[in-house]
Design a protein around this ligand. Sequence first.
Ligand code: CMC
Length: 447
Amino acid sequence: MNPSKPTTVENSAVASHTTRESLTVTDNRTGRQYELPIKHGTIRAMDLRQIRVDEGDFGLMSYDPAFTNTASCISRITFIDGEKGILRYRGYPIEELAEKSTFLETAYLILYGELPTRAQLDDWTFHITHHTFIHESIKKFLDGFHYDAHPMGMLVSTVAALSTFYPDAKDIFNEESRRKQTRRLIGKMPTLAAFAYRHSLGMPFVYPDNDLSYPGNFLNMLFRTTELKYKPNAALERALDVLFILHADHEQNCSANAMRNVGSSHVDPYSAIAAATAALYGPLHGGANEAVLRMLMEIGSVNKVPEYIKRVKAGEKKLMGFGHRIYKNYDPRAKIIKRIAYEVFDVMGRNPLLDIALECERIALEDEYFVTRRLYPNVDFYTGMIYQAMGFPVTMFPVLFAIPRTAGWIAQWEEMLLDPEQKIARPRQVYLGHDQRSYIPVEHRGE
Ligand code: CMC
C-alpha cells in the first residue's frame, strides 16, 4: 500500500484486528469509515482532509495550538527521549560528547552528520577561526545603541544586518554558498556577542585572536583589558566549551521552529538566524537562565524558599528553570551542568545563590505539585549561576545560548531546505470571528 494514498472504507465494518500499519476512523456525522496509513508513528494531517460531511465541506483538520502533538518535519539531527531523559546528536549521547568532544567538533557533527576526520576537523577549525572578524561598519551601528541596550537585542539586529554585507547568502540552494555562510555565522556570532558586551561596558572592542580556541577567543574578546596576549583560564575555557556543546541543538524547539519557518520563505540564513535568535530571547526559552537568576535573587535566602514554592504552587509564580515540554525526567544536560557548576566554582568561588538553588531543587523534587506534573530542573536552572560566577552580567546569558545554538539552527535550516517534502510553512486556523457584516459610519456607532 502506498502510505501517502489513504484508502476509504465507506460503510464497511472495521477490519478485524490485524497488524496493518493504519488507523481506521469512523466519522460519526456520516457513518463513513476511513483507513489512514500510519508511518513512523504518525498519520498525515493531510489524510484527514478527505473526511468530509458533503462536497462543499473543506475537510477535517487537526487543531494543535503550540504544536504539542504535531511533527512538523522528518529530522536526522537530534534525538530526544523526554521520558527517559535521553539526548543524542546524530546518534551520539550528549554525555559522551560533553566529556570527549569540543564544541567545534560537535558543531561539525551536527551540521554534516558525522564526526570529522583529523583533516576535516583541522580544515573546519581553520575556516571558522578565519571568519571571526566582522566588517568595521558593524562597529559603527553598534555604537548607535544606547549604553544599556540589551545585548540580545543588539545580537538580533547585528546578525540580521550581516545579510546586507553578504548578498551572496541569498543563493540558498547553492551548496558552496551555504557552506560559506555557515562558516561566517559560526565564526562571527561570538564576535558580535562580545562586541555587544563591550559596548554595554563602554570598553573598546577586542579583535579576535586566531591563536586561541573558539571559547578561548570568545573569552579574550569579552574580558581582555591591558594584557598584550590574553590567556584564558583552562578550566573556564573548557567549561564554556562544554556548555556550548550542551546548547548546540535541541530538535524542534521554539527557535529551531522559527528558523525553519522563516527559512521556509527562502530568505537568507542571516535573516532567519535573527528570527531564531529573537525566539530564543523570550523568558520561556533561552531567556529562562536570566529569569532563573533574577528569581534566585528575588528569593534572597534559603529560608525564604518554602514561601516562594508556596506562591509557585498557588499559581502566582513559576519556578524558572523547571519543567520542559519534552523532558518529563531530569534534563540530561542539567546533570552535566550541575557538575560543571562545581568545577567553575572551584576556580571562581562559590556562587552564593547556589544554596538557594539547591534548596529549590530539593523541595521541588519531593513536592507533590512538581512530582505529579513531572517538573524537573532543565538546562537553564544552573547555567545562570555558572555564567554569573564566570563574570558575565545577567543580560549576556541568552547570548551565551545563541552562540552555540547557531550550529543547530543552521543544520535545521539546511535539512528543511533540502527536504523535498517541505514548502513554505503556512498553518491553518479555526476562524471563530464575526461572519460578514456591513460597515457602520462612525456617527452611527454607539459609545
Ligand atoms: N513552575 C511551576 N509550574 C510549572 C512550571 C514551572 N516552571 N512549568 C510547568 N508548570 C506547571 C503548569 O502550570 C501546568 O500546571 P497545570 O497542569 O496545573 O496547569 C503544568 O506544570 C504543565 O505545564 P505547561 O505549561 O503545560 O507545560 P509546557 O510544556 O507548555 O511548558 C515550559 C514548558 C518550559 C514553557 C514550562 O515548564 C515553563 O514555563 N518553565 C519555566 C521556564 C523555563 O525554565 N524555560 C526553559 C525551558 S528549557 C530551555 C529551552 O528549551 O529553552
